[in-house]
Design a binder for this molecule. Sequence first.
Ligand code: F6P
Length: 324
Amino acid sequence: IKKVAVFTSGGDSPGMNAAIRSVVRTCAYHSLECIAIHRGYQGMIEGDFEAMNARSVKDIINRGGTFLRSARSMEFKTKEGRLKAYNNLKENGIDAIVAIGGDGTFTGAMIFSKEFGIPIIGIPGTIDNDIVGTSHTLGYDTALNTVCDAIDKIRDTASSHDRLFFVEVMGRDVGHIALNAGIGAGAEEILIPEENLGLERLLESLERSRRSGKTSSIVIVAEGDNIGKNVFELKDYVNEHLPFYDVRVSVLGHMQRGGSPTCFDRVLASRMGVKAVESLLDGESNKMVGLLNDKMELTPLEEAIKGHTEINHELLKVSDIMSI
Ligand code: F6P
């Protein structure tokens, strides 16, 4: 291969810029040309390309978001859209791709690579940590720290006013952010999609907290939880059944996706970028780079997106014990 394209797609996550930087510099190191594609698959269709060199990516390792920007392209879901994209790549002499994103990005990559035979390696970038084949996705560690910090702040006001807070955190279908940040910030209860605590047990737990002398409480709710009520409905439910609680709701929202990446995410991004480009040089394709037992490993894209990430049951027990 001679010319590698890199792009980011789907929801952004902290560390994506550091990963782009790593891909660009690894290309320079191996004397490969590198082209950045703006706005993901949509930019590929529109030919929104920019030649990169090692200096094009200066001063971005510490920046959140993605300077290449991201998009969710409907056109790329059509055969015509993908053909346009392929023709643009061919005209520009691009013969391999590094795709940075989550499951939607990898699904598109698999279809595209099979259709046109272009080698693609994926880098998992999403705050949700819902990709199989890596213990950490890019941005997850930063999001955990952001959420932990936000809950610390909520705790200050919760305890000042003797209040119960329901705090909704991101994680479309998984509870990794909720569980880990919840333990880190000392939440009383954590509601995640992988476990249904049940409304009865939630009430019991809140009553027990009150009886044990706690004057304020924080319950973390993963946005994809399955208790059957959203945070606002939970507030109403608790108001109705435990009127002694003064309840408030805080939905953290997209602030969880922003901010400067932690050192962990910067190092991870740098390692993943090197491994991605060197895997292409080794003739690999349709695989994702990931961190497993502190080593960079490859997992077929198909497995990465189809599998289910497991919740760590030890953490559930730790959370239970800590909230006694
Ligand atoms: O997948 C990352 C994520 O932030 C999820 O946690 C969340 O459900 C979703 O993206 C939000 O997507 P959007 O930015 O399109 O609203």
